[in-house]
Design a protein around this ligand. Structure first.
Ligand SMILES: Cc1cc2nc3c(=O)[nH]c(=O)nc-3n(C[C@H](O)[C@H](O)[C@H](O)COP(=O)(O)OP(=O)(O)OC[C@H]3O[C@@H](n4cnc5c(N)ncnc54)[C@H](O)[C@@H]3O)c2cc1C
Length: 822
């Protein structure tokens, strides 16, 4: 017994030090002292002596730094250098681009929640709010999405004019260049509101404010280029597009075959150095109407007119539409969401060096320029458009499910429908928090490369899920297209968001964890960078410090993960109040588990992990859900911990934790080295998988919350265009919702009376009149039922058309005849 007690005491001391991440010295002192004291107290001299020898044998070489460096770190440095895969220039650029924000804490295994909670609450300025209440409201009131998507396949001229005049294209352009200079949050709010009315308008506005000429000029343009282009871009005098993608280079954008050959040509009698461009681009948004084209190509200098290098690499230029030889004009047709999109071609198009963004010294730096600014646009455009669509679904489907009756009940009452409504509410809460957190990171000056990939992927995936749920609940009302259908086009357009700015499968499998693991890990990138230190002594010193820091980190994460797994993360210090503390503790547990698995996976598989996309995607999911859940907790704090939001927070949080558990379980279960997989299973899930998805009861509360007016529902619908104008069915439905709810008890009374068979009429209005005459209902009750019946009819009605109306004005046959005639 005394032997066991002594052993246990030594182990506990070691575990406590690892859990709290004490220094090596503190661990040595604490463990030796504990062994000594407990060993003597329980009279176990032999055990104490053996344990002390083992502890000293471990501690001494580690504490003697010179010895440690020469005997342990030096050979390990050699091994590390030989197994570390050489990064390509493209990978190196991607890894070095961007900054690390709170996501770094999530990878630490012991997040400092104070860092998150002290970040200022993101809010719109007075000027930004005025823009939302003024021009954005007005633009929404002008939008007729059926006219855009079916009749014109374009925005009508007055909408184009309004967008340009009110500088919607200049939200990211500073005021000194006549732009609006909005915060990322305001930029996101504008897109969200527009997305609730038309995906075509939101996409059109988002592109000039995302990765493209304005963003690139702001960061890399010469003063002359900025002064020329930015004021024109701000007011839509110039319409930009950015052309990277081509038939042979989609996701693998670095493989573009488009070339620019440096050469001389006589222009207006003067010999000019420039380059001859040959390119074939497709899918380029705004290309058919663009006046200035940002173009990515690979530059070669075979005659060495610029220097020694022949292959200069990816380079970016800005070409005016009038450039001789540049061909644009025709259009692609992205899934009935007809924002302007089309191909651009050119063969041997000569342009001067002055067209290079930033001038000739930026030749060959194109990939770095793109990757550096990509995260900012990606953090806003797609996540905001998706969030707007989700918020819109709460407004539309929440109201519809309460007014549409079948089997004598509002369809919201059926448990099957309730399930879909709960997903709509819960996922909207999560997506809104995610998109706000990522915009806030941009406003803090970060270039959030990992969070922007998380936001892009999850906002659009949840957009896909909610669009499907919305269509299921709307039934035929969602299917029949026409001016009164507010859901069909959004559902049709979902794959566009999934594909653009990093197609989702690749974003999940390659980017989130691939970048996250190396960028956010406290040691890995620094260890890789240590390999390039030229001074050998300095290199060894740095590597040794990092190596032992890293080992301690690994041991600590193993202990933390196991300990929190044993207690179900029910004990220990954490942030939050009595309600949210358990949530923070759960995130602490999964943060430690992620850090442990990431280290083990990278350590065992090395460079091969890059090709194990199914494993890396799952670890990326854990990082994503940690980030999303933290964003929700921050949002909950920022809004003053509203009790009304708790069902939404709880549903979304449990969903995230459930997803995290399943992702970790999948990653560990499928890890190819079985003994490692078994060990990780014990450390991460000592009692198996204990998390459960949101309960049916919780789902019912969420469904109830999105189908009746409340402050929590209002927060979910923030930035939805709800003004009940003639073009806004959803706004009018929401205006009717209080009456629909007030009519429910009256309707029940009426229904009971109907069952008695006392009325002679066979039609609803006749029966209602009889009920009023019989005193079953008073005049105001009967009037309420009449009014609601009539108003709801409009919202359950669908459009119909003459066959002629549905025929395309120009058929493919006509088109060929026209082309032949031409
Ligand atoms: C409507 C629309 C607008 C666009 N606007 C622009 C624009 O303005 N400018 C511009 O330059 N580009 C634009 N694009 C291009 C877009 O951003 C994508 O980069 C491009 O569509 C992806 O190429 P692809 O469609 O050929 O898909 P592919 O590259 O052929 O990919 C097909 C599938 O393979 C997956 N995949 C590919 N590689 C990997 C990998 N390593 N690991 C896992 N999965 C992988 C992808 O995720 C995808 O699911 C637009 C595209 C569309 C559809």
């Amino acid at each position: 017994m005394s032997v066991i007690l002594t052993l246990l005491a030594a182990l506990l001391a070691t575990g406590a030090c690892a859990y709290h991440r004490t220094s090596l010295r503190t661990w040595a002192i604490a463990t030796i002292a504990t062994t000594l004291v407990v060993g003597l107290l329980v009279h176990a001299p032999w055990t104490t002596a053996i344990l002390l020898i083992i502890e000293a044998a471990i501690a001494l070489p580690l504490l003697l730094v010179d010895f440690r460096r020469r005997q342990i770190s030096a050979p390990l440095l050699k091994l590390f250098a030989s197994v570390t895969p050489k990064l390509s220039e493209t990978e190196q650029t991607a890894l070095e681009a961007g900054t690390v924000g709170f996501e770094g804490e999530l990878f630490s295994g012991k997040p400092d929640w104070h860092e998150l909670l002290k970040q200022p609450k993101p809010e719109l300025s007075v000027e930004e709010q005025a823009f939302m209440d003024g021009p954005v409201e007005e633009l929404c009131s002008m939008i007729d999405d059926w006219q855009i998507t079916h009749e014109l396949a374009d925005l009508p001229p007055n909408v184009w004019e309004f967008i340009k005049k009110h500088k919607f294209f200049g939200m990211i352009i500073p005021k000194r260049y006549n732009g609006l200079e909005f915060s990322a949050l305001a930029h996101s709010a504008v897109l969200q509101k527009l997305a609730t009315m038309s995906a075509t308008v939101a996409s059109t506005v988002s592109v000039p404010n995302s990765l493209g000429p304005a963003e690139l000029l702001l960061h890399y343009g010469s003063e002359e280029q900025k002064n020329h282009y930015l004021p024109r871009l701000a007011v839509g005098e110039e319409i930009p597009c950015f052309a990277l993608t081509g038939p042979y280079a989609g996701s693998d954008a670095t493989s573009i075959p488009d070339v620019g050959i440096v050469c001389k040509q006589v222009v207006d009698g003067v010999e000019t150095i420039g380059f001859r461009l040959t390119f074939d681009k497709r899918y380029i948004t705004l290309a058919p109407v663009a006046t200035v084209i940002g173009l990515a190509f690979r530059m070669y200098d075979p005659e060495h007119l610029l220097g020694d290098k022949e292959d200069l690499g990816i380079t970016l230029a800005l070409l005016p539409r009038s450039t001789p030889g540049l061909q644009i004009g025709r259009r692609h047709f992205p899934l009935n969401v007809p924002f302007q999109n089309g191909p651009i071609h050119g063969k041997d198009v000569f342009v001067p060096m002055s067209t290079l963004i930033g001038g000739p010294q930026m030749a060959g730096h194109g990939w770095r320029m793109l990757v550096e600014v990509l995260s900012v646009g990606r953090a806003i455009s797609l996540p905001s458009n998706a969030t707007g669509a989700l918020r819109g679904a709460v407004a539309a489907v929440g109201a519809y499910a309460r007014m549409r009756k079948q089997f004598g009940l509002a369809i919201a009452r059926f448990e099957g429908v309730e399930e879909a409504l709960a997903r709509i509410g819960g996922l909207t809460y999560a997506t809104a928090a995610l998109s706000r957190a990522t915009a806030a990171a941009v406003d803090r000056g970060e270039k959030p490369s990992v969070p922007s990939a998380i936001a892009k992927y999850h906002a659009t995936e949840w957009g896909r899920q909610v669009a499907g749920d919305a269509m299921d609940v709307l039934g035929g009302k969602g299917v029949q297209l026409g001016p009164n259908n507010y859901a069909g086009r959004a559902w049709q357009g979902v794959p566009i968001a999934i594909t653009v700015e990093g197609a989702n499968i690749m974003t999940r499998s390659l980017m989130i964890f691939g970048q996250g693991a190396i960028r956010c890990h406290p040691y890995v990138l620094k260890e890789m960078q240590a390999l390039s230190i030229s001074d050998r002594d300095e290199q060894l010193k740095t590597f040794d410090r990092l190596l032992f820091g890293h080992l301690g980190f690994g041991v600590s994460n193993a202990v933390r993960s196991f300990a929190m797994g044993l207690t179900g993360s029910r004990i220990g210090e954490s942030a939050g109040d009595a309600y949210t503390r358990r949530y923070y503790r759960k995130l602490d547990r999964y943060s430690a588990a992620l850090a442990l698995c990431a280290d083990v996976f990278m350590g065992v598989l090395g460079g091969k992990l890059k090709f194990k996309e199914k494993l890396s995607a799952r670890l990326g999911d854990v990082l994503s859900y940690l980030y999303i859940a933290s964003s929700m907790l921050k949002r909950y704090e920022d809004t003053g911990r509203p009790e009304a939001d708790r069902p939404l927070l709880a549903w979304a949080f449990h969903q995230c934790v459930w997803n995290m558990q399943m992702a970790l379980d999948g990653a560990i279960r499928n890890f190819p080295v079985r003994p490692v997989s078994w060990l990780l299973r014990v450390l991460v899930f000592p009692f198996g998988r204990r998390e459960v998805p949101p309960s049916d009861r919780l789902g019912r509360r969420v469904a109830a919350l999105i189908t009746a007016p409340s402050e929590a529902r209002d927060r979910l619908m923030e930035w939805v265009y709800l003004t009940p104008t003639a073009n806004n069915t959803v706004g009018r439905m929401n205006a009717l919702l209080p009456d629909v709810i007030a009519a429910e008890p009256v309707d029940r009374k009426f229904g009971k009376a109907l069952k008695t068979g006392q009325f002679k009429s066979h039609d609803y209005l006749g029966q209602l009149a009889e009920a009023e005459q019989a005193g079953v209902l008073d005049a105001s009750e009967a009037a309420l039922l009449r009014r609601v019946r009539e108003a709801v009819f409009e919202f359950i009605s669908v459009d119909d058309f003459d066959s002629e109306e549905l025929r395309s004005a120009v058929t493919r046959g006509d088109k060929h005849k026209l082309a032949d005639a031409a």
